[in-house]
Design a binder for this molecule. Structure first.
Ligand code: AMP
Length: 498
């Protein structure tokens, strides 16, 4: 073994085309591929001289910056395991992650170093601020390291799942898990070095870190790098960009801005959405306003991307498309695979599927079958052409009086009512029924009444599916990736019937 499997593949384009722009940010000089790789190898030297050994974890909780991306590449080059952490995590949350992952190096924001150092145990602590300053970059010297040999199966990253139930689990991702998915998406979405990708996603999550960044690197694309999402900054970037990768909230917020026009989007070739379900209504509004059909795809921390609507061919709103090349997908009921059109749990298998949960062999055994199938926990259904629709997380399924209620069915019905912007349907404890269906509805029109919603649900739904309580709220709780936090809603309304 002489090569570093992932680094050599992510760096191949940049080595051949060092002058090509890797990233341009609104108020900074463009940065070339050559400079980016060089910076990464210098940072790798800082990591190795701080004692990093192959397989050691580098835990990173910093603001988004190009240096932070270079630190990811540096960690991979140095043979380490990159462990990005949501910038929103508090000290007590960090304590859990650092204790669980026992990193050799911790990199944190300069403003939090006093709080983080006592939690870091034996780890060496560096700081890195949003503008690239801090003890990490102060430690840079002329030294660079040659990429440390690593195989396809060695770990490149651990990403903690958002932990909507129980303790957060560290998903172990290998060099090939990451590379194979980037290579697959490059072909499927037809990325080339002519692309300019608007990068406005956080880089502590699989979407912004792996889907966007690895794909750009293997394609030789240029990132239009934004430190955070704002409709203004994305609108400004649109005329010179070719691809936007976002979560559904990006699209709804852009639609709310009258500056989003067909003209402004004329240079774009592709709008991609994922990480949370996109309403059919958003797809339709986007199409009407820009002339582009959003391409929705489905993936998760543990598996990278699993399915995508086709690049050429029909993109179907409300579906997440077809299994990607090299990804096997099946929909399972209690007694094996279900018939086409029936709801079951989505399982996937392929080079994209992770190696298991860090130090949790029982959890791994519960979710990853010995023959490689991963039980995603998402409920889905396949149509006659093989398109998959996600109907929700298994744990969001409501069991009321012994009957299963799929929240998506009730939500779709409510979302179609005039005056409704969106809704979330949850199950909360009920003394008679075990769980009761509750609908939390966000009006788009203040004249919306509870009676209007009830009229539709009682006409269209079997009694057991009808919400026993409907609430109107100004907005739904969401995390940074735009996912509706049903757990938070269940907690808030836990005592509605008890
Ligand atoms: P994460 O690991 O944070 O990326 O979350 C993965 C979960 O997000 C999946 O298991 C799905 O429940 C959900 N998800 C991702 N993409 C989509 C999509 N396009 N539509 C519906 N749910 C999605």
């Amino acid at each position: 073994m002489t090569e570093n499997y992932l680094f050599s593949r992510l760096a191949a384009y940049g080595k051949a085309h060092p002058e090509k722009t890797f990233a341009q940010a609104p108020d900074a000089a463009p940065q070339s591929y050559g400079a980016t790789l060089q910076n990464a190898l210098h940072l790798a030297a800082v990591l190795t001289s701080a004692g990093l050994k192959p397989g050691d974890r580098v835990a990173v909780q910093v603001e988004k910056s190009l240096t932070a991306l270079e630190l990811y590449l540096a960690t991979v080059a140095a043979g380490g395991v990159f462990l990005p952490l949501n910038t929103g995590y508090t000290a007590s949350e960090l304590a859990y992650f650092l204790d669980d992952a026992t990193p050799a190096i911790v990199v944190c924001d300069p403003a939090r170093v006093a709080e983080v150092t006592p939690l870091a145990g034996e780890a060496r602590v560096f700081t890195l601020g949003a503008n690239g300053t801090g003890s990490l970059t102060e430690a840079l010297s002329d030294a660079i390291v040659a990429p440390v040999p690593r195989t396809a199966d060695d770990l490149a990253a651990i990403l903690y799942t958002s932990g909507t139930t129980g303790r957060s689990k560290g998903a172990m991702l290998s060099h090939d898990n990451l590379y194979s998915n980037a290579a697959c998406l490059k072909g499927y979405w037809q990325f080339t070095d002519q692309d300019v990708l608007i990068h406005a996603l956080p880089i502590f999550h699989t979407h912004g870190l792996f889907v966007a960044t690895n794909l750009a690197l293997v394609s030789g694309a240029t990132l239009h790098f934004l430190n955070s999402f704002s409709p203004e900054a994305v609108l400004e970037a649109l005329p010179t960009a070719t691809v936007l990768m976002g979560v559904p909230t990006f699209y709804t917020r852009l639609l709310a801005d009258p500056q989003l026009t067909r003209d402004r989007a004329a240079n774009m070739r592709l709008f991609i959405s994922g990480s949370a379900p996109m309403l059919v209504d958003t797809h339709e509004q986007w199409q009407a306003r820009t002339g582009h059909t959003i391409l929705e795809r489905y993936g998760m921390t543990e598996t990278n991307m699993n399915t995508s609507n086709p690049y050429t061919g029909t993109r179907r709103p409300g579906t997440v498309g077809l299994p990607l090349p090299g990804v096997e997908l099946r929909i399972m009921g209690r007694e094996g695979e279900v018939a086409q059109g029936e709801i079951g749990t989505i399982e996937v298998r392929g080079a994209n599927v992770f190696k298991g949960y860090w130090q949790m062999p029982e959890k791994t055994a519960e979710e990853l079958r010995p023959d490689g199938w991963f039980i995603t926990g998402d409920l889905g259904v396949m149509d006659e052409d093989g398109y998959i629709s996600i109907v929700g997380r298994g744990k969001d399924l409501i069991i009321t009086g012994g009957f299963n209620v799929y929240p998506k069915e009730v939500e779709s019905l409510i979302d179609d009512i005039n005056g409704v912007l969106e809704s979330a349907v949850i199950g909360v404890p009920h003394p008679d029924f075990g769980e009761a269906v509750v609908a939390v509805v966000v009006p788009s029109d203040q004249s919306l009444t509870l009676e209007a919603i009830q009229a539709v649900t009682s006409e269209k739904l079997a009694k057991f599916k009808q919400p026993k309580h409907i609430l109107l709220l100004p907005e739904l709780p969401r995390n940074t990736m735009g996912k509706v936090q049903k757990k938070a809603l269940r907690e808030t309304y836990a005592n509605l019937f008890t």
